[in-house]
Design a protein around this ligand. Structure first.
Ligand code: SAH
Length: 463
């Protein structure tokens, strides 16, 4: 984003336009909608400029802009439609420390004016970084169709009413109130009874919504391994509708951005071993927020049902009588297999696949080592980094070949994804320098013969 959109306060400020011809008139049509006082410099003015000047809507100065004319101004527009004059005007602005725009010259401008949909006080600004004016116009047309022309008037009535609407709890109830006003009751009331009618509709609607009980809800959502594209549509929808998002450390910013801007975002990260939120406190927070009537999105990395303490959170919801649902996500093992171009099961190789954890609450986790050590076994080992030496020892003790392929998949689906194929014997060393979340794919090599051969894995056996 090279150009950052902001809304400038034009009240009691001055905007200077250099040029008084046709090109200036197009900009002036917009600028005259603001509260700024507008000064136009230029010889040979367009008739429209003279007309506006006569009506006192702008001040026309019948000469070219000169040093000092921009001092204290909010913005300068160079609209001479002539490169030399525009450059001069921009230099005068620069000397005065004022931002300048040269009409139709993106590169020499310090700001650009977006395409605008005006439903004052609702203003929609559309920018395409100058890349596609046609696109901007098309988007503008669509937004204009979407926003009824009465929206501006409704918004003014609503603005005055806002303090009274604070009687409703923030979140879902307030949203319901405003959305019903703007899109159902308001337009009708305005048509029938003008601004007074719209105000009366607000009063009635507020009582109505206040009387409706809003039920909180907890959605325990799988956020997938990190790439926003790997979210389910349902996860996206619930995330967008949530009043509060309570997420694990594994959920990246790119996914949290899909929440509404007003939504509260709370990270309840548990670092594997270090300090962090206690499960009881997380359970208590989820339940407390749902009891306030909020829609809670409890976002967990991967699938919530895989090493995600899902049971505890469901139990807490049930005990509190709070409604809940589980939304599955793509677990790290699935994403890791996909990144390797591999299948988790394969006819003739393995008829089952296991998801293991390297450690549990008491330390390194014990497993059915004898079956895991059998050739052809495929297992995805979660949280296995610290347990690597232990895993290697146990597996080899139970007969696993030291050349058994293991693939370390770090940060799967994220921009910094790394796939490190190795052999069981080399596993702890291969993990050195792996700092992100990693899943160890036991019994699987990447679908990439060259790399497998490099590290001495017999692909015929490994695949
Ligand atoms: N519920 C999650 C797992 C949580 S346990 C899921 O279904 O994926 C945390 C472990 O998951 C990490 O230690 C790591 O082994 C694995 N993991 C989570 N995200 C990962 C990612 N983007 N890349 C690789 N492994 C990941």
């Amino acid at each position: 984003m090279r150009h950052f959109p902001v809304f400038l306060d034009t009240d009691a400020r001055r905007i200077v336009v250099s040029g008084a011809g046709e090109c200036a008139v197009a900009k002036l049509r917009l600028l005259l909608k603001t509260q700024a006082s507008v000064a136009v410099f230029g010889e040979n003015p367009d008739r429209q400029v003279l007309d506006w000047a006569a009506k006192g809507r702008l001040r026309w100065v019948p000469r070219q802009i000169a040093a000092g004319d921009a001092t204290g101004a909010l913005l300068v527009y160079a609209a001479n439609a002539e490169a030399h004059a525009d450059a001069r005007a921009a230099a005068i602005a620069r000397d005065a420390g004022v931002l300048a725009n040269i009409v139709d010259n993106l590169d020499d401008s310090q700001f650009i004016t977006p395409a605008i949909v005006d439903r004052d006080p609702v203003t929609v600004a559309i920018g395409t970084e100058g890349a596609a004016p046609v696109l901007a116009r098309d988007i503008k047309r669509r937004i204009e169709e979407m926003l009824p022309v009465t929206l501006g008037r409704l918004a003014r009535v609503a603005r005055a009413f806002r303090p009274r609407a604070e009687r409703l709890p923030p979140g879902e109830a307030r949203r319901r109130f405003w959305s019903r006003f703007f899109f159902e009751r308001g337009p009708r009331a305005l048509a029938d009874g003008g601004a007074d009618g719209a105000h009366a509709a607000l009063v009635t609607l507020l009582d109505e919504v206040a009387a409706e009980r809003t039920d909180g809800h907890v959605a325990l959502i799988g956020a997938g391994p990190g790439a926003p594209e790997l979210l389910t549509l349902k996860a996206r929808r619930l995330l967008h509708g949530a009043d509060i998002v309570i997420h694990d450390r594994l959920v990246p910013a790119a996914i949290l951005e899909l929440a509404r801007r007003e939504a509260e975002i709370v990270e309840v990260g548990k670092t594997g071993f270090g300090p962090g939120w206690k499960q009881d406190d997380i359970d208590a927070l989820i339940v407390a927020k749902a009891r306030e009537g909020l829609k809670v999105a409890r976002l967990k990395g991967g699938d919530p049902a895989v090493f995600g303490r899902l049971e505890e959170e469901i139990a807490a919801c049930k005990a509190a009588g709070v409604s809940w649902e589980v939304v599955p996500g793509i677990t790290a093992a699935s994403a890791a297999a996909a990144s390797m171009g591999q299948s988790l099961t394969r006819r003739g190789r393995n008829t089952d696949v296991r998801l293991l954890t390297g450690h549990d609450t008491t330390g390194f986790a014990e497993q059915d080592w004898r079956s895991l050590a059998r050739p052809g076994t495929v297992a995805a080992i979660y949280m296995g980094k610290r347990a690597a030496t232990f895993l290697r020892g146990r597996l080899m003790l139970h007969g696993a070949a030291d050349t058994t392929p293991v693939t370390i998949v770090e940060n799967v689906s994220r921009p910094d994804q790394r796939i490190v194929p190795t052999r069981l014997i080399d596993l702890p060393e291969a993990l050195e320098g792996i700092a992100g979340p990693a899943t160890l794919m036991l019994g699987l090599a990447p679908h990439d013969a060259a790399r497998a051969a490099d590290i001495g894995i017999d692909l015929k056996e490994a695949l």
